[in-house]
Design a protein around this ligand. Sequence first.
Ligand code: NAD
Ligand code: TDX
Length: 339
Amino acid sequence: MDKGKTYLVTGGAGFIGSNYIKYIIDKYDNIKVVNLDKLTYAGNQENLQSVADKDNYTFIKGDICDQKLIGELFEKYSPDYVINFAAESHVDRSIGNPDDFIKTDIYGVYSLLENCRNFGIEKFVQISTDEVYGSIDKGSFSEDDTFNPSSPYAASKTGGDRLAYSYFVTYDLPVVITRASNNYGPNQYPEKLIPLFITNAIDNKKLPLYGDGKNVRDWLFVEDHCKGVEFVLQNGKNGEAYNIAGNCELQNIEITKKILELTGKSEELIEYVKDRAGHDRRYSLDDSKIADLGWQPEYDFEEGMRETVEWYKNHEYWWRKIKSGEYLEYYKEHYGEDM
Ligand code: NAD
Ligand code: TDX
């Protein structure tokens, strides 16, 4: 039982990081959590309302690229674990403007690793992604397969993934790496396929399906991903990477129809649009390595999607502010410029 540890979670105000923080605070009685987040467009303190006032939770606004700030945090909080969720995470944005992706997803990882090396830690978890492997027509990727990233996002994440590994090999830093499938669930920013399509459907807006709609993704409920990350932190072997799959491969058109069914809307809302540049056809992970260690996802897709659609139906205040562009104004009003 991992009591009394201090977790430095980076990017903890985003979709997966915030779900992870809520999960570990609920799971352990005596841990401390420090959440370092730059609060980019994707970071949202409202995701953490249920833990914000707890004595064992501290929020720091800051950039993982800021080595001096990270050093000060290490001096002050002496984290046992560093779990790096912080990233620019949306493929379409990386096609339009790769700059921040290179900075955060590569240099930011380096900046964290340097501080971990100088101060010493028990474990560094780099949250990588299935996109590092690229597309696969048949079969599934294992952890030792070749990297073939297609987008500036995926290439930057590959850089961060391999930098973390190099600190294990070169400096003996206790690093583990997770590579998960596409996540879905509460608090996902409505630019990604599932929350964009749910919220558009609720508003009777078109659902813009790229290309022929037959690209395949493997879907993992965010709570399962959080459990998988914690499992790897506690049980993973240093220097190793672990695939975390949902074991639920679907074409985008199948997801789209499921969303329309669950929101009670017509398939006339589907609109085929120009394909994404460099659009990977299929992602597929072989998760036998983590399964052999004793972990597997619990959610079934139908159950996860029902919960997700219900969440967006019941949290219109959360996503309407984001989609209407009023969010930043609202944020300054409620939390102040410097939060
Ligand atoms: P997200 O975009 O919702 O959240 C990213 C968070 O990082 C935000 O809170 C943002 O403010 C913060 N951030 C960005 N740049 C930062 C910086 N320089 N310093 C500090 N904080 C910064 O992303 P997400 O979907 O929650 O993804 C989290 C991690 O999981 C990412 O590393 C992503 O690559 C990885 N991942 C995501 C998925 C998925 O399907 N969403 C799947 C596999 C892996
Ligand atoms: O409007 C859309 N229409 C559409 O057809 C959007 C936003 C997406 N799509 C397609 C593109 C993909 O085939 O849906 C699929 C999923 O797209 P995204 O939600 O943008 O996810 P993806 O590009 O697969 O990347 C996601 O999974 C891996 C996350 O955003 C990454 O952070 C993660 O690493």
